[in-house]
Design a binder for this molecule. Structure first.
Ligand SMILES: Cc1cc2nc3c(=O)[nH]c(=O)nc-3n(C[C@H](O)[C@H](O)[C@H](O)COP(=O)(O)O)c2cc1C
Length: 171
């Protein structure tokens, strides 16, 4: 896929086929995350990859809108340091957002669907993923081949109009 096509084709996918995502594809998607820019190049992320069906089922219980994780072929958990200072916390969240989008676009480029999930139950996430006490699980990114609709450019995205969003020169 071309970059512009991948950008327009990515959408939140929450229904997946039973087909696995090949290790090579997963590695490329993870490499896209690793290459993301970060504040002061701190790279505050670790990626925990889950493909085991039972563990995906357990992981899907960390948040009420994480059901699609159970149905995914693989889920990447974004794990980051717990930061005391508000500015550092903001930087970590910004960095994680950039890594998320790189991961999602790399997936879309391969025709693989992706869907975010927030994480509410940190204890459960820690039990399933095994990350250390000074980290938390910020988000989950469920991956898989889209069931039904393949990834094709979205003609009319559900977004605010460009002229509403963009302020040329000044607000
Ligand atoms: C920070 C963030 C958290 C999100 N959390 C969830 C979630 O917990 N469960 C879910 O199904 N979708 C989640 N989403 C997906 C959004 O609902 C989705 O991106 C939005 O509705 C736009 O849809 P689209 O991505 O298909 O264009 C999240 C998205 C972001 C950016």
């Amino acid at each position: 896929m071309e970059t512009w096509e991948a950008i327009r084709s990515r959408r939140n996918v929450r229904a997946f086929t039973d087909e696995p995502v090949e290790r090579e594809a997963l590695s490329r998607i993870l490499e896209a995350g690793r290459r993301s820019p970060s504040s002061q190049n701190r790279q505050p992320w670790d990626f925990v990859v889950v493909t085991d069906r039972d563990r995906l089922g357990e992981l899907s219980k960390v948040w009420r809108s994480a059901g699609h994780v159970a149905r995914s072929a693989a889920t990447i958990a974004l794990v980051a340091p717990v930061a005391g200072d508000g500015r550092h916390r903001d930087q970590i969240q910004y960095d994680l957002g950039q890594a998320t989008m790189s991961i999602m676009l790399a997936a879309a480029d391969l025709g693989i669907g992706s869907g975010h999930s927030a994480v509410a139950d940190q204890q459960l996430a820690r039990r399933v993923l095994g990350f250390p006490g000074d980290r938390f699980c910020a988000y989950l990114i469920a991956l898989g081949h889209p069931a039904g609709r393949p990834l094709v450019p979205v003609k009319r995205p559900d977004r605010r109009p460009l002229e509403d969003v963009v302020h040329w020169g000044s607000w």
